[in-house]
Design a binder for this molecule. Structure first.
Ligand SMILES: N[C@@H](CCC(=O)N[C@@H](CS)C(=O)NCC(=O)O)C(=O)O
Length: 207
């Protein structure tokens, strides 16, 4: 299985975590910005985004589609979705909130445009991450377990932890305002599947 990935990409970080939790063997294809914008990569993945997963005949872009594929294709591996229907809906809601309503507002792919327009994108990103974290904190509080949903890692954690890593390391967000999110982050990041997937552990990490 090959994952097209970049150290700095929080979206790729989500899939690196999932592959680690599921203990699936994989190989990294490192995608820098020049390769991502090139014709050859667009031929493979017309969305021209990372992550992108190739697993035999499966060629899949978009984090949530990849996570759902891994869950279904490797159902004997540790599960990323709980057994209960309501629990699954809650986990998917947390994951989607990060994927659809937080990360797109801090995607570095927007930076060139912001700079051309003279927008202070650092402040813009800090604002949106903080504002959305207020909602996320309420979704998690009171924390009922070690992770976003109980005591098992789920897709929600695969999506949440990279977002918090970025908030802390790239956007200097004060996480003491979000104690439930902070607790989940601290519980996860010390575990191997999360720690090994972090940007600073990747061969293409540049700081
Ligand atoms: N919705 C996509 C978002 C993917 C995405 O935005 N990836 C970023 C890296 S985290 C990227 O490739 N940005 C470059 C660009 O927007 O041109 C997903 O969940 O996979």
């Amino acid at each position: 299985m090959q994952l097209y990935t970049r150290a700095a990409s929080s979206c790729s970080f989500r899939i690196r975590i999932a592959l680690g939790v599921k203990k699936l063997p994989w190989e990294a294809v490192l995608v820098d910005v020049a390769m991502q914008q090139g014709e050859k990569y667009r031929d493979l993945n017309p969305q021209a985004l990372v992550p992108f997963l190739v697993d035999g005949k499966a060629k899949i872009g978009q984090t949530l589609a990849i996570l759902e594929y891994l869950e279904e294709a490797y159902s004997d591996a540790p599960r990323l979705l709980p057994g209960d229907i309501l629990a699954r809906a809650r986990v998917r809601a947390i994951a989607s909130f990060v994927v659809a309503d937080i990360q797109p507002l801090q995607n570095t792919g927007l930076d060139d445009y912001f700079e051309k327009e003279g927008v202070n994108h650092f402040a813009w990103k800090q604002h949106w991450i903080s504002y959305r974290f207020e909602g996320l904190e309420k979704m998690l509080h009171p924390l009922q377990g070690r992770y976003s949903h109980g005591d098992n890692v789920t897709m929600a954690d695969c999506c949440l932890i990279p977002q918090v890593w970025n908030a802390i390391n790239r956007y200097s967000i004060d996480m003491s305002k979000y104690p439930a999110i902070k607790a989940v982050y601290e519980n996860c990041i010390k575990e191997a599947a999360f720690a090994n997937a972090a940007p600073d552990k990747q061969p293409d990490f540049t700081g």
